[in-house]
Design a protein around this ligand. Structure first.
Ligand code: GTP
Ligand code: MG
Length: 371
């Protein structure tokens, strides 16, 4: 006999409760944040032994507010002026200094730009009494004008526009980590990619929209050129302030969407399980409507590239998410063919599970089961 399913309202109630509990547990405490701040200051002092005028600047989830207790610290060592002739000069010197200071260091060769990973590999000789030695850190090298800071601010602004974005992001990050589809080194998608997928859903798919596209409005007269155009030519303008209500009003007075997290998450998983055309579409949050096609962007076959250290890497277009500013950059270039298949399988699984569980424990045990 067919299994009697609980009505979907009950499922959504459980999702809301689980999401709320998880968000409480996953949100870093004041103390966690203070340790990260201290660690950043310690690292900055070491960086300044290599280049005295440089500063270490924060971006990524700890800056945008989407961090969990397990999030890494994303930092860029910023130097003024022209980029150095040899981009690996400072990173190599810094690697030595960090090792001398007792940090566990890994320098990644297979990236477009040098990245130093601190505390990323488990070390049996680790001093476990020092919490700062347990936080994973990525150190990149660049400039204060780098787009990484701009896109972090853009995400932060979207989070301010609607309080439901952050809990959705935390929930999806948790799910993607447990299901092992959040690892760019293993052919799947970064957290940043998942955040862009959620923002696209909230601007363009859910009806009525929860978020308004902050990039597709006329630029107010008198805006300084530096806020409109990046030095590399990219259009970096967006509404900086909490303009949601005003924008909605200008847009013909869309009624506000009052859906709870459970309903929005269900719609999110269903959209990517059923409607989004993975082979054809490009997610483009800057664009009106939110979608472009791979054909119109000429994002078809993989491109082989090599970085300045002559290390080969591949940019793929099997799954396509356009960066909101650097529009030639595919955020999901790291997804391999099996990676995309696994991600799609997981969206289908998640979408199905939302209809087929009874009770909170069953939901936790299946939805977030470690893959
Ligand atoms: P967690 O570390 O998982 O908490 O998430 P995160 O939000 O810090 O995301 P992630 O570590 O994936 O990325 C950090 C930041 O790098 C993003 O917030 C972007 O500002 C920036 N970024 C710019 N381009 C890329 C890209 O192609 N891939 C990734 N992963 N990040 C990018
Ligand atoms: Mg991060």
């Amino acid at each position: 006999a067919p299994r009697q399913l609980p009505p979907i309202e009950d499922q959504l109630k459980v999702i809301n409760e689980v999401a709320e509990k998880y968000i409480k547990a996953a949100t870093p405490s004041e103390e966690d944040l203070a340790i990260r701040k201290e660690l950043k200051e310690d690292l900055e002092k070491i960086c300044q032994q290599v280049s005295p005028n440089g500063t270490l600047e924060l971006f990524g989830s700890v800056a945008s507010g989407f961090a969990t207790v397990n999030s890494d610290l994303d930092l860029i060592f910023c130097e003024d002026g022209e980029p150095r002739e040899d981009p690996f000069e400072v990173p190599i010197k810094l690697t030595e200094k960090l090792k001398q200071a007792g940090f566990n260091i890994l320098m990644l060769p297979k990236t477009r730009v040098p990245i130093i990973k601190v505390n990323s590999t488990p070390d049996p000789n680790q001093d476990t009494s020092d919490p700062k030695k347990a936080i994973a850190v990525d150190i990149g090298f660049g400039h204060k004008s780098d787009l990484a800071f701009r896109n972090t601010e853009l995400l932060q602004t979207y989070a301010k526009c609607d309080a439901r974005l952050k809990p959705m992001v935390l929930f999806v990050k948790w799910w993607s980590k447990m299901r092992k589809i959040n690892n760019t080194y293993r052919g799947t998608l970064s957290s940043y990619g998942y955040v862009l997928m959620i923002i696209h859903y909230l601007i363009n798919i859910v009806k009525p929209p929860v978020l308004v596209n902050l990039q597709s409005w006329g630029i107010p007269e008198g805006t300084p050129e530096s806020e409109v155009r990046h030095k590399d030519g990219w259009n970096i303008w967006y509404w900086k302030e909490h303009k949601e209500q005003e924008l909605l009003a200008q847009n013909g007075g869309i009624t506000s969407n009052k859906a709870d997290i459970g309903l929005l998450l269900r719609g999110f998983f269903e959209y990517y399980a059923k409607d989004f055309e993975w082979n054809h579409h490009v997610i483009s949050i800057r664009t009106k409507g939110g979608l472009l096609t791979k054909v119109e962007k000429d994002w078809k076959s993989a491109i082989h590239r090599s970085n300045k250290a002559e290390v080969e890497y591949k940019d793929r277009y099997l799954f396509a998410i356009e960066d909101p500013f650097e529009t030639t950059h595919n955020i999901s270039r790291t997804c391999s063919s099996t990676g995309v298949k696994r991600i799609r399988f997981e969206f289908n699984r998640a979408s199905r599970l939302i209809h087929f569980f009874s009770g909170e424990q069953a939901f936790r045990d299946t939805f977030f089961e470690e893959a």
